[in-house]
Design a protein around this ligand. Structure first.
Ligand SMILES: [Zn+2]
Length: 113
């Protein structure tokens, strides 16, 4: 299948238009965790039975070199954090698509030399 430079350029332009506003992006992933309070007699933390308290939410960000930064996220900030993560993932996806189109454009330019 041979796509023309014009149609590749047009589809690249559509991808560029899809890039969301990056101002609120967040890296990492949101994890949930149950926590134990260690208070004697707490029914949530009873050994073998209780599941602990929570879940609490943690934004986990890889810093490279096996280092990870973990930031506990209060419930009222969870939706905002999820939105930032989604926008980040969306932008990465669109950039990947633009990169693919540019690879095709590069190959097409070489053929036409
Ligand atoms: Zn407890």
């Amino acid at each position: 299948m041979k796509e023309t430079v014009a149609s590749l350029t047009a589809s690249r332009e559509r991808f560029v238009q899809q890039i969301p506003d990056p101002s609120t992006i967040l890296p990492g992933s949101l994890l949930s965790r149950m926590v134990r309070c260690n208070k004697p007699g707490c029914r949530y933390c009873e050994k073998g039975k209780g599941k602990g308290h929570g879940p609490i939410w943690i934004l986990s960000v890889s810093l490279g070199n096996r280092r990870v930064r973990q930031i506990p996220i209060p419930n009222e900030m969870k939706a905002e954090v999820e939105q930032g993560l989604q926008t980040y993932a969306h932008i990465q996806k669109v950039l990947k698509q633009i990169g693919q189109v540019n690879l095709e454009l590069l190959a097409e330019r070489k053929r036409r030399r």
